[in-house]
Design a protein. Structure first.
Length: 451
């Protein structure tokens, strides 16, 4: 089990780093996005630092418009499919969890159930699925749609999707494959439970063709920030990524999310909230701030405007860079990332920033913390002990140097304070996070029926 009082620690890995200008920095490798050796170096560094989870975000689409901006910020334009990548990395590691994004909007439950059950077997119990509904129309157009369905409809499909995946993961009871040569039996026929599901979005009648995963169910990750998203997370998620910019708002988010779990018959201890935390570490706070400022200045204006427009869901490129953004240019509502939308709207309405100030200030929900290794340890401790989260999703503006500095300098300090584990407690991701292994639903039902 996870050591009592220690942080759940994960890392979001993007080629060259989290910052939009990271690929321009001389400390990064511009061709790392399809370099498996680069990924091995990063994940092995994370495992050396006792990170619980190595996470790959994804969207099933390249951008096809505004290419002048995207050519200067190649987000998701040339990347591995995440489950394929994580499967390749499973053999290069022994303990760290392997988490990846697969959308419920553009695949089928059987495919996802099979992929992540396979990854769980390949890694001996370290797989995690990040459940998303997708938030861009580039992906929609790859799958026969002009635009994404409405937010509520996507979550309705996602709820049914996850339910079907869990049913498929319980196709076989633990120990169903007995491999009894004396009897000539590979599996016990009484321990197969085919799925017979007919819902609004899916009809599935069949069985998963792989034995039950080492974790029972791979760990489920979610990151919804809307009321609908938080209800969904409270009902199914075991790890949630939060994007609050202040300790107070992060604490309120965590308390709200865990309070909702009772409605779904769930124990709040079975959910780990990991706050997104970009950091820049240097020998002095001033040096770290200068390093981050340099990255901000390297960002092309077209990239800054594109990032704003993507999350505010409107085009601001016709506005003067050095004048405040008019409030009437804020759309009435969001259909994609509501938390990011609300943050930009707040900066426009309350802080009256110019357009240039806005794109240089906006950090997609996460404010980069700049400081020394001790400063970073102090900051993480304040959030963790202050009830803001159960741990962190670390975001390094430059990779691999960012995580190497963190593991070499910050991790030992957190370990010295008793806030981070010094060794992995178990073999599986569930064991290392302190999450219960779910029983097969058919075994539970049979036990209840016999009482």
């Amino acid at each position: 089990m996870q050591a009592q009082g220690t942080m759940a620690m994960s890392v979001l890995v993007q080629p060259t780093g989290y910052h939009s200008a990271s690929w321009l920095h001389p400390d990064t490798n511009a061709d790392s996005s399809t370099d498996i050796d680069w990924y091995r170096r990063v994940i092995q560094t994370a495992e050396r630092g006792c990170f619980d989870l190595f996470f790959i975000a994804d969207t099933p689409a390249a951008r096809t418009t505004n290419l002048e901006a995207y050519s200067r910020f190649p987000m998701f334009m040339n990347v591995f499919e995440p489950v394929t990548l994580l499967s390749a990395l499973a053999g290069a590691t022994r303990h760290i969890g392997l988490g990846g994004t697969v959308s419920t909007s553009f695949t089928e439950p059987y495919n996802v159930a099979r992929m992540f059950a396979s990854l769980d077997h390949l890694s001996r119990g370290r797989a995690a699925w990040n459940v998303v509904t997708s938030a861009n129309d580039f992906a929609a157009r790859n799958f026969g749609l002009d635009k994404l369905p409405p937010h509520g409809d996507r979550y309705e499909r996602a709820r049914e999707f996850v339910d079907v995946v869990k049913q498929l993961w319980d196709t076989w009871e633990d120990g169903a494959f007995i491999r009894d040569r004396a009897q000539g039996l590979i599996f016990d026929v009484t321990k197969q439970h085919p799925v017979d599901h007919q819902g609004r979005h899916f009809t599935v009648r069949g069985a998963l063709n792989i034995e039950r995963a080492p974790q029972g169910h791979p760990v489920i990750i979610q990151a919804g920030a809307s009321d609908t998203g938080k209800d969904f997370a409270a009902s199914v998620a075991e790890v949630v990524f939060s994007s609050n910019s202040t300790l107070e708002s992060a604490r309120a988010f965590t308390q709200d999310l865990k309070a909702r779990m009772a409605r779904f018959g769930r124990d709040p201890d079975q959910l780990k909230v990991c706050a997104g935390k970009p950091v820049m570490i240097a020998e002095s706070r001033q040096e770290a701030e200068d390093m981050f400022r340099t990255l901000q200045e390297m960002m092309h204006p077209k990239v800054g405007l594109m990032r704003l427009g993507m999350d505010l869901e409107t085009d601001l490129s016709d506005l003067p860079l050095d004048e405040p953004v008019p409030e009437h240019r804020i759309p009435r509502n969001s259909n994609m990332h509501k938390a990011y939308f609300d943050h930009i709207a707040h900066l426009i309405r309350v802080e009256k920033l110019t357009l240039r100030q806005l794109y240089q200030r906006y950090q997609r929900g996460h404010e980069t913390f700049c400081g020394t290794a001790r400063d970073v340890a102090d900051h993480l401790e304040e959030w963790f002990t202050g009830g803001a989260c159960d741990g962190f999703m670390m975001l390094f503006n430059l990779l691999p140097t960012g995580i190497e500095t963190f593991v070499d300098q910050v991790v030992p300090e957190l370990q010295r304070r008793g806030l981070m584990k010094t060794a992995y407690a178990g073999r599986t991701l569930r064991e290392n996070l302190g999450l219960t292994r779910p029983e097969n639903r058919h075994v539970v039902e049979a036990r209840r029926a016999a009482q």
